[in-house]
Design a protein. Structure first.
Length: 531
């Protein structure tokens, strides 16, 4: 009997990737990466917040997203780094960045400047010294920033503009000249020193290049090359040569080598050094590189939240938001300005997608309030759900019933709107695309994070409902991963069992989805880990 005969009837051959070219980023991957730029940066910020200004420590001590620190941050709360990045992101979102142009007098710069002032006047818990000095005056910010530099010796060059530059890379996809111009203008609102401006230009242009050109997860990537290529957008040969040296120095260093990481140059180098010196894990979970790098930065001490935020933006451009640990996603929250509502991971994702996709006015997502009428019209209204080892799995038609019966947590594996569940119900939408392997480069890792998250939910005595649209492919894949994680069944048997229990045997997980469950099984048996 052929070893793949068990998969006739829905799964196909799990060794076949459905013809996907996994080294060319698909539109789904590009959007995942664009979202990752913002969310992974915020996660690094929130992870480092509790350790800011602390000493370096060893690998024997775990790094936790536990909050605390000098300003008493809540667990998962982002700091001024992300608050200011959100000001920029919101302005780009509202201004249709792909079409408004990027001249100094454009809508974006004016709205970003006003956003910075609104943020400062709301009484943020933490404000950098240089940022505070500029924002406390009445004159135009760019004038204040230049004046601040002229009146200080040596010229102040803090990391406060580099930490917030990530969203700028999403404004003009594959247009490095426009990105460099916008990065320059936004940095100069508060940080006019050449080092600050140059760092923002290099990092922003490199994020854009990485997002659009990095290959599939299993293929190595030269993190320094986009930065070295970006030096052409610096204004003088002297500055270009200096940054080539600084970049090359960081690629073979450790983040602990750059102890003055409140200075923009050392912050830049520490972030790059952490990325380059952290091995990408072997096995199917390459995207764990995000977590490992950010933890390494925190262990290096100093301005941990800012260096991690800087690194997170570039890491997200390579690995995407689907590489983010689920427990970090759950905790992530904070403000843009303090007199507004608290925002969460889903809000960051919505804005990031909106900025990146603003060139496509026909796309109603991610701002759509609900997808349920469309799903019901297209797939019918046939609610179905059942419990598998303490977790309810089903289709989108069963969502209302699950919530009515007490579900306090919903994990959606399909597109959902902004108003799909009642207030008070924890809701996460994971980027599990029901297409092919190329659209899902982090699928084994996504399943790993999901099932570990389900474990935690049960420990918290929460009632969880996991669903996709029709429970035909993604839901049984997740249910099978859950059974494998619990060691109740081996992967092949779990795939069959989940399909039968969810009455989707005629469909069932696709080949690449079945392969991801098998990869998860191998990982949990000890096949994975850093190289």
């Amino acid at each position: 009997m052929n070893s793949n005969d068990n998969y006739r009837g829905g799964f196909g051959d799990p060794s076949n990737n459905d013809g996907a070219d996994t080294d060319s980023p698909t539109p789904c991957v590009l959007t995942d990466r664009a979202t990752g730029v913002v969310v992974c940066s915020a996660a690094g910020d929130a992870l480092g917040a509790g350790y800011e200004f602390g000493a370096a420590f060893g690998e024997d001590i775990p790094v936790l997203m536990a909050g605390g620190g000098s300003f008493g941050w809540a667990p998962g709360e982002w700091t001024d780094d992300t608050q200011l990045a959100l000001v920029i992101l919101q302005a780009l979102f509202e201004g249709d960045s792909h079409t408004d142009g990027y001249d100094l007098g454009g809508y974006q710069i004016a709205s970003i400047e006003q956003g910075f002032r609104d943020w400062f006047s709301s009484g943020p818990a933490d404000v950098g010294i240089q940022t505070s000095a500029v924002l406390s005056g009445l004159h135009p910010l760019a004038e204040r920033a230049v004046s601040y530099c002229k009146n200080k010796s040596p010229v102040p060059a803090g990391n406060g503009s580099l930490m917030r530059t990530g969203p700028i890379a999403l404004a003009y996809p594959e247009n490095p000249e426009a990105i460099a111009a916008l990065a320059t203008s936004v940095s100069e609102l508060t940080h006019a020193a050449a080092d600050c401006v140059d760092a923002c230009v290099l990092w922003s242009v490199a994020i854009d290049h990485t997002l659009h050109n990095a290959p599939g997860s299993a293929t190595p990537w030269d993190w320094a090359e986009p930065l070295l290529d970006a030096v052409e957008y610096l204004p003088t040969a002297q500055r270009q040569q200096r940054w080539v040296h600084l970049i090359e120095e960081a690629t073979t260093a450790d983040p602990r080598d750059f102890t003055n990481n409140g200075w923009v140059v050392h912050a830049f180098q520490a972030a790059l050094a952490a990325i380059c010196s952290t091995p990408v894990p072997d096995g199917p979970c390459h995207g764990m590189h995000v977590q490992l790098v950010l933890e390494k930065i925190v262990r290096a001490g100093g301005d941990t939240d800012t260096v991690a935020a800087i690194a997170g933006a570039l890491l997200g451009a390579r690995w995407g938001v689907t590489a983010l640990p689920f427990q970090w996603r759950r905790k992530l929250h904070g403000h843009r300005v303090y007199n507004e509502e608290v925002r969460h991971c889903a809000d960051l994702e919505r804005l990031a997608r909106g900025v990146y996709m603003s060139g496509d006015p026909t796309n109603p997502w991610p701002d759509r309030e609900t997808w349920l009428p469309y799903y019901e019209q297209t797939f019918g209204d046939r609610p179905y759900r059942l419990e598998i080892s303490g977790i309810e799995f089903g289709n989108v038609g069963a969502l209302a019933g699950a919530v009515a019966d007490g579900a306090d947590t919903v994990v959606s594996l399909c597109r959902m709107g902004t108003n799909e569940v009642p207030l008070g119900v924890e809701h996460h939408v994971l980027g599990f695309i029901d297409s092919n392997e190329a659209d899902n480069p982090n699928l084994p890792l996504l399943l790993k994070e999901l099932v570990e998250g389900l474990d935690q939910y049960l420990l918290e005595d929460r009632k969880v409902f996991v669903h996709c649209v029709a429970a035909a492919n993604r839901t049984p894949t997740s249910a099978a991963a859950w059974l494998v994680h619990l060691q109740e069944l081996q992967a092949k048997e779990a795939l069959v069992s989940a399909g039968k229990q969810l009455r989707t045997w005629q469909y069932g997980p696709k080949a690449f989805q079945a392969a991801a469950v098998m990869a998860l099984e191998e990982y949990e048996l000890g096949e994975g880990g850093p190289s």
